[in-house]
Design a protein around this ligand. Sequence first.
Ligand code: 48F
Length: 251
Amino acid sequence: MEAEITKAIIEEATKDWLNFARSDVVIAGAGPAGLTAGAYLAEMGLKTLILERKLCFGGGIGGGGMLFHKVVFEKDVKEILDHFKIRFVEKDRFLICDSSELIAKLSAKCLDAGAKIIPGVGVDDVIFRENPLRVTGVCIQWSAVELSGLHVDPIFIEARAVVDATGHDAEVVAIASRKVPIGISVPGERSAFAEVGEVEVVEKTGKVVEGLYIAGMAVASVYNLPRMGPIFGGMLNSGKKVAEIIASDLK
Ligand code: 48F
């Protein structure tokens, strides 16, 4: 029986890797921005792979605000919350929900719509082509190998669009900016100014070079925008916006 367990796991996992080796969209990071983007992209019929370095997903959602298990939104995000069937209470200018419910419902919608979320895998580089310059996929590695420090070459996922949704470090754009002439650097985010950060992070969401897009706090890092802490409307709006831009670009 034990050998059959092994075979069942490896065969089914391999089917997924073979299927997603060439994806429409690969998203690095399963935080609020990556999960929101993944759900909308999959709902629009795009073959979407979300790679998450950790073994759980949700990124910064789980920590709520200083471990208080709630996150807040401004009211413009009500339509998205309703779309994901996320319950909230209203208080003054805010909608407030449980951090666990946000993680569960964003990820459930991704999976139900057909996106594949694979945990324990990090994106450690991009694939590029020149004339014209474009990003055509990512290099990936088991997080356990990254942590071990062993020298193990990555494997590749080709994609028509790559989304950096890695959060505060904008890891994918940071790597690309060092190794490919994309003409962009990553200065990092500014100190907290929630009201401005919430708006600008959505405004600046989009494509940084052909094939490479940013969403969520990665946008703040790339464009030196203020951070906003445990208010998450900007993250959901950013994820939705990047999905709409990609869907339009890939038509
Ligand atoms: O950090 P994270 O939650 O980013 P986000 O979606 O949302 C930011 C908010 O949580 C919060 C905030 C909002 O006001 O300030 O911080 O922009 O989620 C990013 C996810 O990406 C994973 C990381 O483990 C986390 O779950 N990640 C980071 N680098 C990589 C990665 C990588 N190179 N490959 C794969 N996953």
